[in-house]
Design a protein around this ligand. Structure first.
Ligand SMILES: [Zn+2]
Length: 487
């Protein structure tokens, strides 16, 4: 403050008073942000913050986290609400407007397709540029690469030769080259769905891990088997990829651990915990539902599925009609193809897995024209409403950690952009969710999977409101590509 032009004692006093007022109002009193969120209870597991704080956003970035209210061109009053980093979904197959809208209404600000992944990275990112409600990104998919080498149409999941035929050495190298091409174009990770490619040898899988290791990329893996039946058990399948990670050095992320382990999931979690204590870089995720969903024509339903999954025809539910299947309808639909829900997991195991400190929350969601699995729309609100509020099975901070900083840190070594996500601190991207902890709950059901969650009040993506007062904001596309640095 300049003082030479203030000669009198009275002027000095005025000056002093102004100074006190400014410092009392905090550093940012004179500042006006693009947007502020005032009065909410900020929960930021990364900085161990759980307190009423006021957040100032400018140019898509958090510029202030203050204990004093802030001024902004847009001011959101969050009194009585929780303010958290936007949720990061590491397993989001639905990568279009329909899915992004429902995910935003579930608090998700970043949806990544890392398990199945994609074939042509440049094309995939170009299709979404400037059009997406939330942030998006993908891995280089082993399934897509294998379908390409076996000359099959580029379906979501392989069938026929691309699923069942072994690849010879030259085909394995072609598949690996496709995967490496994706990594060179900024793929976030390598995605593998080994259960969908029973023809893929262990050597072929090792080659994909070697490709990932070369680019400092994780392998996000749907393991080779589900259930407890030996010798094709989830335990054997987990051993395969733990070994691949140790041999090659590629970090391993085991997707939807509960739909692979089924009743035996605690054993898979124990194996992962033990491997971590020995220095293996392995993590895992789950969704909070007792049923899975996949394509009925896929290898998951090859002969023996009843034994390995421990279920029968009546536990399968046809997505298009909601009907439960019989031997006859199963045979018919397996020929025509389509999505089927498998009710295969005990609730107690699902709860134990969701609250286990090891697991991140990830949806595995995919809706098409409103049909699919409720996890697409309700995963995050279901964890917050059912397991945190209703059952008090874990703390709110723990749940938010599993949805934010844990997934962000998993990708950060290869993807520096993720260091600015999953946290509410100065310099972080302004991807923020504001929700009512008393009301947040999933509404989607197996019969009505596209019902939006309730209680998610505001969602910001890069500082731009995507959800306001519980409703989608029309005509905005603030979602940005998340991509590993290009060479
Ligand atoms: Zn899967």
């Amino acid at each position: 403050m300049k003082t030479q032009s203030l000669p009198s004692a009275r002027a000095w006093l005025v000056c002093l008073l102004i100074g006190v007022l400014i410092s009392g109002a905090g550093l940012h009193a004179a500042e006006r942000f693009d947007l502020v969120i005032n009065g909410g209870r900020v929960i930021d597991p990364a900085s161990d913050t759980q307190a009423v704080r006021h957040i100032g956003v400018a140019a898509g970035v958090i510029e202030a986290v203050s204990d004093k209210p802030l001024r902004g061109n847009v001011e959101i009053d969050a009194h009585g609400l929780i303010v958290a980093p936007g949720f990061i979904d590491l397993h989001a197959h639905g990568q279009d407007a329909e899915n992004y809208q429902l995910k935003a209404l579930d608090g998700v600000t970043t949806a990544l397709e890392l398990e199945v992944g994609v074939g042509d990275l440049d094309d995939w990112y170009a299709q979404r540029a400037g059009k997406s409600l939330i942030n998006y990104g993908a891995s280089a998919g082993h399934l897509a690469a294998r379908m390409r080498v076996f000359g099959s149409v580029d379906k979501f999941l392989p069938d026929g030769d691309a699923a069942h035929n072994p690849a010879d050495e030259s085909q394995i190298q072609q598949i690996r080259r496709h995967v490496e091409a994706g990594l060179q174009r900024g793929a976030l990770a390598v995605g593998l769905g080994i259960q969908y490619t029973p023809g893929a040898s262990r050597w072929e899988i090792l080659e994909m891990f070697r490709a990932a290791a070369k680019y400092n990329a994780n392998c996000h893996v749907h393991i080779r088997h589900a259930g407890e039946q030996e010798s094709q058990s989830a335990i054997a399948a987990l051993e395969e990829v733990l070994a691949a990670s140790v041999i090659t050095g590629a970090p391993l992320h085991v997707v939807h651990v509960s739909s692979m382990g089924l009743r035996g999931t605690p054993r898979l979690l124990q194996m992962i915990r033990e491997a971590r204590t020995r220095g293996t870089d392995v993590t895992t995720e789950c969704y909070p539902y007792t049923a899975s969903l996949t394509a009925i024509e896929s290898a998951v339903f090859d002969d023996g599925w009843q034994q390995s999954l421990g279920i029968g025809y009546g536990d399968l539910q046809w997505v298009d009609t909601g009907e439960r299947l019989t031997a006859e309808t199963f045979a018919r639909y397996r020929k025509s193809g389509g999505m089927v829900i498998a009710h295969s997991m005990p609730e107690a195991m699902v709860r134990e897995t969701v609250i286990d400190p090891l697991t991140m929350i990830a949806s595995d969601g995919l809706l098409r024209n409103g049909k699919g699995h409720p996890r697409s729309s309700g995963t995050y609100s279901r964890v917050l409403g059912r397991y945190v509020r209703e059952q008090q099975a874990m703390s709110l901070t723990e749940a938010i950690r599993k949805m934010t900083v844990m997934p962000a840190e998993r990708l950060a070594p290869r993807v520096p952009a993720m260091k600015k996500k999953g946290r509410l601190s100065v310099g972080a991207d302004a991807d923020i969710v504001v929700f009512d902890v008393q009301r947040v709950s999933d509404q989607a059901t197996y019969e009505a999977p596209a019902k939006p969650s309730t209680g998610i009040v505001h969602v910001l993506v890069a500082g731009t409101p995507a959800v306001k007062d519980g409703r989608l904001v029309e005509g905005v596309a603030p979602g940005r590509p998340i991509r590993a640095p290009l060479p």
